[in-house]
Structure formats: C-alpha cells, structure tokens
Ligand binder design. Structure first.
Ligand code: NAD
Length: 242
C-alpha cells in the first residue's frame, strides 16, 4: 500500500490508542498525512514524536461541544485539507441496563452517536466543495448481532449504522464515499470494561481481533478506486455471540 495515499490528509478520532492508533499508523504507512485527534494529550504528543512529521497531533475532548465544533476548522488550519475522516472515538457501557449509570449512558451516546454525526456534518461542506472525500465510521459487531448483555452499546452502534447507510446515499452524488467497519472484540483498552467471563470465552474461542486487522480493512476500503463504493465491512470473530 506504500504511496497509495500520497498527498492525502486523514483525520482520525480516538487516535491515541487501539483501533484509532492502528488506523493512523496504516494511513501514514500508505503515504497520507494524518491528524491524530484525542483527548489524551500526553499519549498523543509522545506518539506523534515517534510517528514522524506526517503525524499531526490535535488535542480535543470530543465531549466538549465547543472543542468538538472546532475540530474541522482546526484540522484544516493544521493540514490545509481533509480527504479522509475516520470517525472512530467511542466508548463502552455493558451489563444489565438496571445497573447502568445514566451519566455513563449519556456520555456513551454522545460520543458514539452525536459526536460522530457532528464530525461528519462538519466535514461535509469541505468535501462537497472539493467533490471528493472518504468517511469511515467504526461501528461494531454488536450492532449486527446484538447480545442481551450490552443493550445500550449495541443500540448506539445500530444508530450509527443507520446514519452511515442514509448519509451515504445523500452524498454519493458529490463524489463522497461513506462506509463503516464493524469488528468483533478487538484487543484494546476498551476490553477492560468487558466482563471477565466474556473475555475468557473470546480468548478460548480464538475470537479476539488485532487492531492492525481492522486498520488493514480500513486501508483496503480507502484505497478502492474512486467510483467504487466503500461499503460496510463486518469482521466476524469465531464466536459471533460475543
Ligand atoms: P480504546 O479505548 O483503545 O481507544 C479509544 C480512544 O478514544 C482513546 O485513545 C481515548 O483517549 C479516545 N477518547 C475517548 N473519549 C474521547 C473524547 N471524549 N475525546 C477525544 N478522544 C476520546 O478503544 P478502541 O477499542 O480502539 O475503540 C475505538 C472504537 O472501536 C470505538 O468506537 C469502539 O466502540 C469501537 N469498537 C471497539 C471494539 C473492541 O472490542 N475494542 C469492537 C468493536 C468496535
């Protein structure tokens, strides 16, 4: 893939860890300049020092409405253009609904749904003006095979799948492609919030996915020739009831 994204600029949210970091690394290796967006300032600065000059750190707490609204203008100031948005930042609330903290539910719905919709909304005028752009959203297997132990998380990703499928049809005429990637359990910090027995089950059934596999899938989608839609890809684990 070396050089396939030369001259392109990608913005990746939640880029200091897990899937976002793997995606940023893959995009950099394909020649893109990448604006890495995260609220974790220390991690982001340390990473960008290692990743080289094409990696541009942008510290944003996406749950701060003003900072979130300033994301696209700030990224444009730093990098001059946006060809790719990987709307990836997300969080997790699992377990029985009656036990869930309602503030945590609000934060999760805000980040997994509202922030993604706002980021896409904010980048579209720039992409429409340039008549080109690719948007990939990180969804989840949970949206396709919802399990009874994560109703709120699965619903957030279901909502975002619906968003992807509908916006895609609105913007295709402008030369903009929208797709999603829905992995099963990915080895990352987010899995710390999983119940121990589910994690064991996932390990034993060989169902854990590497973040680099998700990133390779995203790169495959983004390097499809223009005019080919980038679709919604599900990365199935061995045991899909996870
Ligand atoms: P992760 O916890 O490793 O990374 C999430 C990143 O987002 C972190 O760097 C964190 O600092 C950042 N972040 C969180 N809140 C933020 C905020 N308010 N503002 C800015 N940055 C913020 O998690 P991950 O597993 O890489 O998850 C990334 C995405 O993948 C999420 O949307 C998640 O729902 C989805 N996903 C994860 C899995 C999995 O099993 N890990 C499976 C399917 C989908």
């Amino acid at each position: 893939m070396a050089g396939e994204l030369n001259g392109k600029v990608a913005v990746v949210t939640g880029a200091a860890s897990g899937i976002g970091l793997a995606s940023a690394e893959a995009l950099l290796s394909a020649g893109a300049r990448v604006v890495l967006v995260d609220r974790d300032e220390a991690a982001l600065n340390a990473l960008c020092g290692k990743l080289g000059q094409a990696a541009i750190p942008l510290i944003v707490d996406l749950l701060d409405p003003k900072a979130c609204a300033a994301l696209v203008p700030r990224a444009l100031q730093l990098a001059g253009q946006i060809d790719i948005l990987h709307a990836n930042a997300g969080t997790y609330v699992g377990g029985d609904l009656v036990d869930a903290d309602t503030e945590a539910i609000d934060r999760m719905l805000n980040l997994n749904v509202n922030v993604v919709m706002k980021n896409v909304h904010d980048v579209l005028p720039h992409m429409i003006e340039r008549r080109t752009g690719d948007i990939v959203v990180t969804s989840s297997l949970a949206a396709h095979f919802p399990t009874p132990w994560e109703p709120v998380y699965a619903s957030s990703k279901w909502a975002i799948n619906c968003f992807v499928q509908t916006v895609r049809r609105q913007v295709f005429k402008h030369g903009i492609r929208v797709g999603s990637v829905s992995p099963g359990p990915v080895i990352s910090a987010l899995l710390a919030d999983w119940p121990e027995e589910k994690l064991e089950e996932a390990k034993e059934s060989g169902s854990l996915i590497e973040a680099s596999e998700v990133a390779a899938t995203i790169l495959f989608m983004l390097t499809r020739q223009r005019g080919v839609t980038i679709r919604d890809v599900v990365l199935m684990p061995t045991n899909f009831d996870l």
